[in-house]
Ligand binder design. Structure first.
Ligand code: PLP
Length: 454
């Protein structure tokens, strides 16, 4: 038996006391957000009507390498962190691979995912600013659940616009949010101007994260004492999620292991960005090398088939422009089970790192993802979220490549959450009725042609 335990735990005192801001070490900074009206770069103050002030400052902060985690956020982290880094001995054995596989498990809290790491920080800053409440979008529902837990803790109102297809597929997740006091509205709704417009333009649409964002932003900016919060994509969210990578690195250091390969699923990029930040920091400073792989669904392939251009972050075109790998803000992904990975764009930080060659990307089909999820569940015991299973699929593929070459690579992947609310998807897979929708080049070209010319 190897000396490395199944679970590599850190103590409570080893939870990081500051978030790591990878932008400080990037030679080419992520491109600034632009005002969609004037095309001018935005300043932190320009964002104050939409986001909390402290979060707007974090959004624009390209300079400070470390940002202290406020004591109240740290206290909340202590209720469910540090999260375990698990050595997947059983999976390794089942695959017969010489590779050593590790996963950082972020699903051991009620929201069932990593999203709570940023939700609690964003709710804290909203409370500190004296706001009444926050509005947000949610795709698969994990972010909305996490935010409702965080707002309940700080006594804030929480209004969630939930992508219609998920609202219908996941009624129980909706009830978790309501139990924590949130109001949940299927998006696109008829409550907002932008929702009515999208419903008119795309009758019977299942919705998308882009639509739900537009609605939540409108709801925040038209109610006194409310601001909008977002669960992914933004620099501030990747900053908060750096807690995942910092703990992963500390745990690996504790057992004297250097990762060779780091794999994560990529929707808007928050878990992957958080997981890789400290490792990429070492690459940026010339201290170490890692192979980093972003995994996206073949149904919504922003990095692998999108363009690196300025685009709207939302379908309703009310948000600022971000330079990112995008499929076009009008792109409507198939109503499949990639859940929170169904977003047309990618974090500007990850987009820049990808463009600069610090990261690779690959896309995988949904039926292959569920096959990997079941294989993992049967040997490692955890029922993974479909999003997380994208990373599992590629970790398994890479471990099988090691079997051919005989290399004992250290493969680390992010297991972002659990799949208890995704059983309709598992049912479809088990019944053999799940299909693999992949957009055509024409579909993508049509939505990209509508990107603003900047
Ligand atoms: C469990 C889980 N993993 C991953 C993601 C993808 O988001 P991100 O790319 O921001 O980590 C989501 C988003 O909803 C999620 O719920």
């Amino acid at each position: 038996m190897s000396e490395i335990p199944y679970k590599i735990y850190l103590s409570e005192n080893e939870i990081p006391s500051a978030w790591y801001n990878v932008r400080a070490d990037m030679k080419t900074k992520p491109a600034p957000l632009l005002n969609p009206g004037t095309g001018e770069p935005l300043k932190a103050e320009d964002l104050y009507p939409i986001f909390c002030e402290e979060l707007s400052k974090q959004e624009m902060n390209n300079d400070d390498q470390w940002i202290d985690i406020p004591g109240e956020v740290l206290d909340f982290y202590k209720m469910y962190r540090p999260s375990p880094l698990v050595r997947a001995y059983c999976l390794e054995k089942a695959l017969g691979t010489p590779a050593h596989i590790y996963y950082k498990f972020e699903g051991n809290n009620t929201s069932g995912s990593h999203k709570l790491n940023s939700a609690i920080a964003q709710a804290y800053y909203a409370k500190k600013q004296g706001l009444k409440g926050v509005t947000t979008e949610t795709g698969a529902g994990q972010w909305g659940t996490a935010l409702s837990m965080a707002t309940a803790y700080f006594g804030l109102d929480c209004q969630v616009y939930m992508v219609k297809v998920s609202y219908e597929q996941k009624p129980f997740r909706r009830e978790v949010m309501r139990t924590y006091g949130a109001t949940v509205t299927p998006s696109p709704s008829m409550n907002t101007n932008v929702g009515r417009k999208i419903n008119e333009q795309f009758p019977g649409t299942d919705g998308s994260l882009g639509c739900a964002i537009s609605e939540a932003v409108e709801a925040a900016t038209t109610q006194e004492g409310y601001r909008y919060v977002l669960g992914s994509v933004l620099n501030q969210v990747l900053l908060h999620q750096s807690v995942i990578g910092l703990e992963t690195k500390a745990a690996l250091d504790k057992v004297g292991v250097k990762a060779d390969m780091i794999i994560g699923c990529a929707g808007g990029g928050s878990n992957l960005g958080g997981l890789i930040s400290p490792f990429v920091g070492e690459m940026l400073r010339g201290e170490n090398q890692y192979e980093i792989i972003a995994v996206e669904p073949a149904s919504c392939p922003s990095l692998t088939r999108g363009s690196f251009v300025y685009d709207f972050c939302d379908t309703g075109r009310v948000c600022p422009l971000a330079k990112m790998y995008t499929l076009g803000s009008n792109f409507m992904p198939a109503p499949n089970h990639a859940g929170g990975l169904r977003y047309h764009g990618m974090s500007t930080i990850l987009s820049q790192l990808y463009a600069d060659g610090f990261m690779k990307a690959t896309s995988v089909k949904q039926t292959d993802v569920f096959a990997a999820a079941e294989q993992f569940a049967r040997v490692e015991g955890i029922l993974p979220a479909p999003e997380s299973s994208h990373a599992i699929k590629v970790a398994i593929d890479e471990a099988l490549k090691c079997k051919e070459t005989g290399e004992a690579k250290n493969i680390v992947f992010g297991l972002t959450g659990t799949g208890y609310f995704d059983l309709v998807a598992y049912q479809k897979y088990n019944d053999g009725v799940m299909d693999d929708y992949i957009p055509t080049d024409d579909d993508i070209a049509a939505s990209l042609s509508q990107c603003p010319k900047v």
